[in-house]
Design a protein around this ligand. Structure first.
Ligand code: GLU
Length: 442
């Protein structure tokens, strides 16, 4: 059996960390099993779906390194849905209903008032042809419900949640099609999962009750249901995913200097029993994904954790893999010197500007002048191919008797203008002898 997973976003906005996490798990699972990872654009809601979001979803997945093996769009599959709808209707699985939203709300309140579960009472099933014709003569168009089989208990073994059981009599027959002919998500999704040969549906636990109904839809469609993995939702570090975090689109994260590998490494593992680690290559994530190790408690997304992971990943990236994003002239040595200090790749350009100049040091304190003069003197004579920083600091120490911070800080400030940064021993050869002397003597 070839594993087939699908990521099925609705193109009504940018992908955010919550739905990207679901995409990552689908992708990892398919990759682990040598299977296929499909993108299905759930754009049946034509009023809210936008083409620019479809394009953004594709671009974000490519940026994250998870380009799908194939793509489908629900808006292009109306003929398939019509055909399967007609089959299900003719087989008695679907029935027309005429209640208005207000009537349904009233029924719900009455049932609740009587202490009954607020499920649809199936009144539409008692209508005969005459009654339906009369309602349609009034101008009412039917919406359609799927008739759950009350005699077939619903059960599946969820890969995350374990054995799940539902009594269909306690569920409302789900509406699958609106009076205007448009589709709700639930039936087209099941039709597509069958048609696309989806073997594993991986999605958020907010879909569990949809799954209960869909288990019967798969049976009605003559197909075995796929395996299901319903993952716990994502929340912010302080509870509910805040508006800001929840809205963090991939574009905002990219603009903030976050690397795609950091997003994948974090979202793949939070909420699971496996530790978050700075994997620049997804191979260990692919090998390690196991839904049995997913927790039932909400996964906590912490922006600070993402920033830390991002830095640790940047510190591993090879020059060759990043050269096209570095400033002109910044070679492997420059990257190696500066990389350990970066929290974002963009910061490399600032450091490279400091290295290459033009650079005017901040005015030195009077008391530091002898120290800087001694270092400049040593720079003239130093063997620049050996370890000039050692030579400079040695001479400055001998001339002033200083050590530690009082020795190093004035030199660092004069040479870079910053009180911290990359290892000076690595930076000095990059700045070059003449510029070092000029900065110390400025
Ligand atoms: N379009 C649905 C959503 O975004 C898809 C859910 C599913 O994976 O079936 O919630």
């Amino acid at each position: 059996m070839t594993v087939v997973t699908r990521f099925a976003p609705s193109p009504t906005g940018r992908l955010h960390v919550g739905n990207v996490r679901t995409a990552i798990h689908n992708w990892l699972w398919a990759r682990k099993h040598g299977g296929r990872f499909l993108l299905r654009i759930d754009d049946t809601d034509t009023a809210r779906s936008e083409e620019r979001f479809v394009a953004a979803i594709r671009a974000d997945l490519a940026w994250l390194g998870m380009a799908p093996d194939d793509e489908t769009r629900q808006s292009a599959r109306g003929a398939l849905y019509e055909a399967r709808f007609a089959e299900l209707r003719d087989a008695g699985w679907l029935y027309p209903c005429y209640e208005t939203p207000q009537e349904l709300e009233l029924k719900r309140k009455i049932r609740l008032g009587r202490g009954l579960p607020p499920v649809y009472d199936r009144a539409a099933l008692t209508l005969d042809d005459g009654a339906r014709a009369a309602l349609e003569a009034e101008g009412r168009q039917p919406h359609w419900r799927f008739r759950l089989d009350h005699d077939a208990p619903i059960a599946w073994d969820d890969l995350v949640r374990g054995p799940q059981q539902f009594d269909p009599a306690l569920l409302s027959d789900p509406v699958v099609r609106r009076a205007d002919g448009s589709w709700l998500y639930i039936l087209p999704s099941a039709i597509d999962d069958v048609a696309m040969g989806v073997t594993h549906v991986v999605r958020g636990e907010d879909h569990v009750s949809n799954t209960a109904a869909q288990v019967q839809m798969f049976a009605a469609l003559g197909a075995a249901p796929p395996a299901f993995a319903h993952e716990a939702l994502l929340v912010g570090s302080e509870g509910k995913l805040s508006k800001r975090l929840g809205a963090l689109g991939m574009d905002a994260l990219r603009d903030a200097g976050i690397e795609p590998q950091a997003i994948v490494a974090l979202l793949a593992r939070i909420g699971t029993a496996d530790p978050v680690e700075p994997f620049a290559d997804p191979a260990p994530l692919i090998a390690g994904i196991d839904f049995a190790r997913f927790g039932r408690a909400p996964a906590r997304f912490d922006e600070a954790e993402l920033a830390t992971l991002n830095a640790r990943i940047i510190h591993q990236i090879d020059h060759a893999a990043i050269a096209d994003r570095l400033p002109d002239g910044m070679g492997a040595e420059g990257w190696a010197a500066i990389r350990p200090n970066l929290r974002s790749v963009a910061e490399a350009a600032e450091w490279w500007r400091i290295v290459t100049g033009p650079f005017t040091p901040p005015p030195a304190a009077e008391a530091d002048r002898p120290l800087l003069a001694a270092a400049a003197e040593a720079a003239r004579a130093a063997d620049w191919a050996a370890d000039p920083w050692h030579t400079l600091t040695g001479a400055a120490k001998a001339a002033t008797g200083r050590s530690g911070k009082t020795l190093f800080l004035p030199l660092r400030l004069a040479l870079t203008g910053r009180d911290k940064g990359p290892d000076m021993a690595a930076l000095l050869p990059l700045i070059g002898r003449d510029a070092v002397i000029a900065r110390l003597e400025a």
